[in-house]
Structures are given as C-alpha cells and as structure tokens.
Write a new protein. Structure first.
Length: 148
C-alpha cells in the first residue's frame, strides 16, 4: 500500500475481499449482519402467507477494526476498513433460508497528521501528499457469498 501511495497517481487499489472476510473481526461482523437479515426475513415471511419469498437486504457501510494481534499485515496495511453487504434472503415454504450477498470493502488510504503507530509518526508521510510527492487513494474490493 505504501508503494502505491508513493507512486502518486491516486488510482484506486483493489484488495482481495475474500481474504479480508476470512479475518475473524470482519467475518464476525459479516456473520452478525447475515443473521440479522435472516431473522428479519423470517419475521416478514411468518407475518405473511408463508409462501416462498425473496427479500432484498442492505447493511449500509459498517466500520470494522483489524487488530494487529489477528493479522499484522492487514493491520499495517489498513487498520480498519468499511464493508457493505447487499443481497437477497430467500425463504422457502418450509421456512429455510438462503442468502446470496455481495461484500464491498472500501477505505480512504491516507496518513492522519499527528497519528503514529509503533513509534513511527504519520505527519511526515501526510506531508508527502500535501506537497504532491504522494497521493491518497481509495482501497476497494468485493467478494460474493452464498449462505445456507
């Protein structure tokens, strides 16, 4: 990521969202959202005629912190990331559910003036962007899933 920042072109940088989803903190946040969707869909289905139905779902953007204890590489690269799940919950006539979803990830990659990690101050890195020697950029990625 630092190399991309120093190239100074500001183009988005894609990451492997499936690898991010495999991290415990990200996976737990996504699983919790999928469980909420299922519960909401089953509630709507039970209140209706209990025929097979499909319900669209959207989590909105959510922040998740990536701890250095979980993955030092991802922590150094991102520290936190925003994700958004969109998809469809299908409820069968017997009440079983299937969720098809897309997970989009996004982060504005930059250095916060005055911040520091591991004793390294961020201000000199932030100044590289301010003086045009580096360029902030967006980190993006997407993954698709099917949950029974």
């Amino acid at each position: 990521m630092l190399r991309h920042y120093l190239r100074g072109n500001g183009t988005p940088h894609r990451v492997d969202a499936e690898r991010l989803l495999a991290l415990p903190a990200v996976r737990a946040a996504a699983e919790a959202q999928l469980a909420r969707w299922r519960a909401e869909a089953l509630e709507r289905w039970a209140a209706g005629d209990r025929a097979p139905a499909a319900y669209p779902a959207d989590s909105g953007w959510r922040d998740v912190l990536i701890s250095r204890h979980v993955s030092r590489d991802w922590w150094l690269a991102l520290r936190y990331v925003e994700f958004r799940l969109t998809g469809t919950v299908r409820v069968a006539a017997d009440g079983t559910t299937v969720v098809d979803y897309r997970c989009a990830v996004h982060k504005a990659w930059n250095f916060d003036r005055g911040g520091r990690e591991l004793g390294v101050p961020f201000t000199p890195f932030a100044r590289l962007h301010e003086t045009g020697l580096a360029k902030e950029f967006a980190v993006t990625g997407e993954a698709f899933g099917h949950h029974r």
